[in-house]
Design a protein around this ligand. Structure first.
Ligand SMILES: Cc1ncc(COP(=O)(O)O)c(C=O)c1O
Length: 371
């Protein structure tokens, strides 16, 4: 285990615990800004941390533009004083009314959202007109992830024209999220990212020729961050999320980036049910279970232990080193996917100099705050 994660006093840490190493977060934020080249190019996604404390660190470093995926995250950002919030989500059903409520509650916040459907755009426009307000809408362009969005082409043109013409809506540019570009080889990743970008850039050029404003293209996540960061197109906004905390998944996938894991889980051995088994209190209700079974965490002190069972409150490790452990012993683990992990914790223990120095609330883990 890297000595920077050593703990001096764990007596008051209830396990399973999410530990945030403050100095590491700070280094990751500064690396992110250095990679962007200019802090004004950044629009980090808050879904990784969902914490006011991290948002405030970002604001203190000059990051003014922020991205989120839920109204709770948007509200958390606004309550921290963020004035430019991009909710990168298509609004349907009651979420359209929530946008109106948000604009009324935070009249000095510029809120923007995505859309990729004509009916959705019409309903959003009607709601804004009825409320006497307006909102920026970014057309969601699909760069190959095939999760949301439209391909660059005639449908994209029709939708953007609808946004341009709709009362209560302002054209906000494009959203281009390429979370499928997880190629470990940077050359291969760059080629894939550029393939997604080229279609969007051509479409933007065409729209600008028509006189339609395309003020920004919000691009990518952590994987494509180094590629977009190197490009000089002034419309590009960089939207990494995970790199603020980083995790073992991205650490393995992207060896070209030197972000460090800033979140570790503290777990305790609660049973030794067999000579080769160690059972700890790090179940799937305390660490994300979207990675494949057996790969949800990395135990740096037991790298070869097999994760043979992962239940709600238990993880069972099979290892020839099991007899080194007894109930009450502590282990640190790096989550493979930190974003859903933080959503499982109401609070995180903040570590500095090996000690708990404060607790940070994970406010936006809730799906609803007041709006
Ligand atoms: C729309 C969107 N933008 C940005 C991000 C941040 O990407 P990453 O987690 O790779 O930093 C995500 C991650 O899920 C996302 O869904």
């Amino acid at each position: 285990m890297d000595s920077k994660y050593a703990l001096v006093d764990t007596a008051n840490i209830l396990s399973p615990a999410m530990l945030v190493y403050r100095e590491v977060v700070d280094r990751n934020l500064r690396k992110m800004i250095a990679m962007a080249g200019n802090v004004n190019r950044l629009r980090p996604h808050c879904k990784t941390h969902k914490m006011p404390a991290v948002t405030r660190l970002e604001l203190a470093l000059g990051i003014t533009k922020h991205k989120c995926a839920t109204f709770a995250e948007a509200e958390m950002l606004a309550d921290c004083g963020v004035k430019d919030i991009f909710l990168a989500y298509n609004l349907v059903g009651p979420n359209i009314g929530r946008a109106v409520k948000f604009l009324k509650k935070y009249p000095d916040v510029a809120l923007s959202v995505t859309a990729d459907d004509s009916q959705m755009i019409a309903e959003l426009s009607d709601a804004m007109v009825a409320a006497g307000t307006s909102i920026q809408v970014l057309l969601d362009i699909d760069p190959g992830l095939h999760r949301t969005g439209v391909l660059p082409g005639p449908q994209a043109t029709e939708l953007y024209q609808q946004i341009v013409d709709a009362p209560g809506l302002q054209p906000g540019g494009f959203h281009l999220y390429d979370g499928h570009n997880h190629q470990t080889d940077l050359t291969e990743r760059t080629a894939a990212v550029m393939a997604g970008w080229n279609g969007a850039a051509k479409l933007r050029d065409e729209f600008v020729r028509r006189g339609w404003p395309v003020p920004r293209i919000v691009c990518g996540g952590t994987g494509s961050f180094p590629v977009f960061a190197k490009m000089s197109d002034p419309a590009i906004e960089l939207a990494p999320g995970t790199c603020v905390f980083h995790d073992s998944g991205y650490g393995a996938a992207f060896p070209d980036m030197d972000f460090e894991p800033a979140v570790l889980m503290l777990t305790r051995v609660i049973s030794r049910p067999a000579p080769d088994r160690v059972t700890c209190d790090l179940g799937n209700k305390s660490v994300a279970s979207d990675p494949p079974k057996g790969q949800r965490v990395v135990f740096p002190d037991l790298p070869n232990a097999e994760q043979v069972l992962h239940n709600e409150e238990h993880i069972v490790l099979q290892t020839p080193l099991a007899d080194r452990y007894k109930p009450g012993d502590e282990l640190l683990a790096i989550p493979k996917h930190v974003c859903p992990t933080s959503a499982l914790h109401k609070q995180a223990y903040v570590i500095e100099g090996g000690r708990v120095v404060e607790m940070w609330d994970v406010i936006a883990r809730d799906r609803f705050i007041t709006i």
